[in-house]
Design a protein around this ligand. Structure first.
Ligand code: NAD
Ligand code: TDX
Length: 338
């Protein structure tokens, strides 16, 4: 039995990871440590909560005592650190919590992992640590780190720290850097769920700047299949980029969502740009494809359709979110932005 600490497992990608693993394997015991911030939601884990190979612990990755207790009690040998403050716009409104969770929190996990001599420590990073691309080229694992937002700088700091622990203490670390994810259970502050939900509710769709910024989209299950593979077969000390070669302009995504939902493009509203907005991300994932044999299984066309249908069929899940604290964030982020 592989005893794994998954942090941030009540968020979007982490919960999809836990549900995916527990559905497909019986050789993993998962301890999910999550603080349940605004982004953490135990409803995402309904299908896993009674699984005998799963336990949930509510707590902060910055809590040294708790983290050490978990390593000891559950004899943790593997760590996957999904826990993070993950939204760029929120990092622009207030950066401190990003550095606390994403940097200090990761350090607490690294220290415990060192003390308990884990076999593998997998840091879930992001393509945003590479900064922004011009109209051509792709991020490879050797592209220099050049983060632009408070969020991406906190993720880059964590990556450098993980690499330093490998270099200095010989810790068996791995890092994955994935492009933009979409799929079920994504918090509706992110582009795709926000635009789906606003369209369903006939609300304006706030497109930043000229709408021509490019992101490289991957379905969350394809990301998580790669995470599973890197945890098992990745070469210690290495970084693996993950992406599905699916670059799209933001405005193309917004129009596609409107089309699928049979809504008018009149809902589109161009608003003031995000400060420091990265122009283009695009991932070269040939390393993980060639060395570990991963490749994406889902086409964008079918997975985006499935995702839109999921939001249509799971109104309760997001209606509960958008009727709570979300309103306060939404108003701060979007009112007076025209
Ligand atoms: P998310 O915001 O949906 O979930 C984050 C989870 O972490 C939440 O459950 C939250 O409660 C938990 N958390 C936050 N602070 C914590 C703390 N101090 N202690 C314990 N738990 C805490 O994020 P996501 O989109 O699922 O992203 C997961 C990871 O993947 C992050 O590390 C993010 O940087 C990375 N990533 C995300 C994307 C993407 O497109 N969403 C792409 C590449 C990488
Ligand atoms: O209302 C919006 N209008 C808009 O035009 C929002 C929320 C976004 N956008 C644009 C900004 C970006 O160009 O859409 C694009 C995608 O935005 P986000 O969903 O906020 O994602 P991004 O900033 O690209 O970062 C995401 O990908 C990498 C995740 O949030 C990160 O956690 C991950 O590391």
């Amino acid at each position: 039995m592989k005893k794994i600490l998954v942090t941030g497992g009540a968020g979007f990608i982490g919960s999809n990871f836990i549900n995916h693993i527990l559905k497909n394997r019986d050789d993993y015991f998962i301890v999910n440590l999550d603080k349940l911030t605004y982004a953490g939601n135990l409803e995402n884990l309904k299908e896993s909560e009674n699984n005998p190979n799963y336990v949930f612990v509510k707590g902060d990755i910055q809590n040294n005592e708790l983290v050490n207790y978990i390593f000891e009690k559950y004899q943790i040998k593997y760590v996957i650190n999904f826990a993070a403050e993950s939204h760029v716009d929120r990092s622009i409104l207030g950066a401190e919590v990003f550095y606390r969770t994403n940097v200090i929190g990761t350090n607490v996990l690294l220290e415990a992992a060192k003390r308990f001599e884990v076999e593998r420590f997998l840091q879930i990073s992001t393509d945003e640590v590479y900064g922004s691309l011009g109209p051509t080229g792709l991020f490879t694992e050797s592209t220099p780190i050049s983060p632009n937002s408070p969020y991406s700088s906190s993720k880059a700091a964590a990556d450098l720290m993980v690499q330093a622990y490998h270099h200095t203490y010989g810790m068996p670390t791995l890092i994955t850097r994935c492009s933009n994810n979409y799929g079920p259970y994504q918090f509706p502050e992110k582009l795709i769920p926000l635009m789906i939900i606003n369209s369903i509710n006939n609300k304006k769709l706030p497109v930043y700047g000229d709408g021509l910024n490019v992101r490289d989209w991957i379905y969350v299950i394809d990301h998580n299949r790669a995470v599973e593979l890197v945890l098992e077969k990745g070469k210690i000390g290495e970084v693996y980029n993950i992406g599905a070669s699916n670059e799209m302009k933001n405005i193309e995504i917004v129009k596609l969502i409107l089309k699928h939902l049979n809504k008018s493009e009149d809902l589109i509203e161009y608003v003031k740009d995000r400060p420091g907005h990265d122009r283009r991300y695009a991932i070269d994932s040939s390393k993980i494809q060639n060395e570990l044999g991963w490749k994406p299984q889902f086409s964008f066309e079918s997975a985006i359709q499935y995702t839109i249908d999921w939001y249509l069929n799971n109104r309760q899940w997001w209606e509960r979110i958008i009727s709570g604290d979300y309103i306060k964030y939404y108003n701060e982020q979007y009112l007076n932005r025209k």
